[in-house]
Design a protein around this ligand. Structure first.
Ligand code: RIB
Length: 292
């Protein structure tokens, strides 16, 4: 069984501020960092740091050579990462204030994933292999359809949530990984109450496995009538960037290897509680040895 993470890669430009900038306002940041990020890259790194062998597919521009080196440093295979001379690498402007963040993404190469690249990459995988995707690349419906046709198992972290998500062939997703906003989006639930959201997910996605993260209220695994809950670890939050990505990577790594939901939820919660204690995305994701 091979694991393919097909997703975004961004240069993260991170500004630490005293408050989030308001309309008509100009503010001076307290400090500034440049990091490697993108939900796809972060999740590939999380899988690799959790001990999985992972292939990352995506697209960077001619300014993106450093992504190959960075992923390789963590043993992520970059055989299917394309360098496209005609595009710029994606980037994200991230404001961080009191642990919370606001993110604007420029798609760049992430939005140039086309059918040709998908066909070329998937030709190297087979029935039973795992595909992990998020919602930061183009040609999502084609990718899901193709992977399903081949018999790959598909995990979808529905981030960021968009209206288009509901037009994707979601019936082919095996595991959804969502936070409460994404859960409301994919179930078209209007309520903010967690019980209502879980009910809406159960009704709409009856035979699917769903992992729902709710920040300080912990995380849930939902499959039909089965609901499991994991408390969140109480820690000093510095920056929540990539907390969800860490959770996704660690949950999948553990669940794929041991098929034990309780253990996977515990490990993923622990890992993301470490990520939020450091600034930055991929670089604050812990190694497996730091969790035991
Ligand atoms: O999930 C965090 C990530 O979202 C950041 O690294 C940023 O690049 C955006 O994709």
């Amino acid at each position: 069984m091979k694991v393919l993470s097909f997703g975004s890669l961004n240069f993260d430009y991170v500004y630490n501020t005293n408050h989030f900038v308001l309309p008509k306002e100009t503010i001076i940041a307290n400090d500034y960092h440049e990091n490697f990020g993108g939900k796809g890259l972060n999740q590939s790194i999380a899988l690799a740091k959790a001990g999985m062998e992972v292939y990352h597919a995506g697209r960077v521009g001619k300014d993106g050579q450093s992504f190959f080196d960075y992923l390789n440093e963590y043993n992520v295979n970059t055989k299917y990462l394309y360098k496209d001379e005609n595009v710029r690498t994606g980037h994200a402007i991230i404001e961080v204030n009191e642990g919370q963040n606001r993110i604007i993404c420029y798609g760049g190469g992430n939005q140039k994933i086309d059918h040709k690249q998908i066909d070329e990459v998937l030709a190297n995988f087979e029935k039973g292999d795992i595909l992990l995707v998020q919602n930061e690349i183009s040609s999502m419906s084609y990718l899901i359809n193709k992977a399903h046709e081949m018999g790959m198992k598909i995990a979808f972290n529905c981030a960021p949530i968009t209206k288009e998500i509901l037009t994707y062939p979601l019936e082919y997703i095996d595991i959804f990984i969502v936070n409460e906003v994404e859960a409301k989006g994919i179930s078209e639930c209007d309520s903010d109450n967690i019980d209502d959201i879980i009910k809406a997910l159960q009704e709409r996605y009856q035979n699917k496995e769903i992992v729902l993260t709710v920040g300080e209220q912990g995380s849930y695994y939902i499959c039909g009538d089965v609901i499991k809950h994991q408390e969140a670890f109480k820690v000093n939050v510095v920056d929540t960037t990539a907390a969800g990505d860490t959770f996704t990577g660690y949950f999948l790594a553990s669940y794929m290897n041991e098929h034990d939901v309780d253990k996977a939820l515990l490990l993923a919660s622990k890992a993301s509680s470490i990520t939020v204690q450091g600034m930055g995305a991929a670089k604050s994701i812990p190694f497996y040895k730091d969790l035991i």
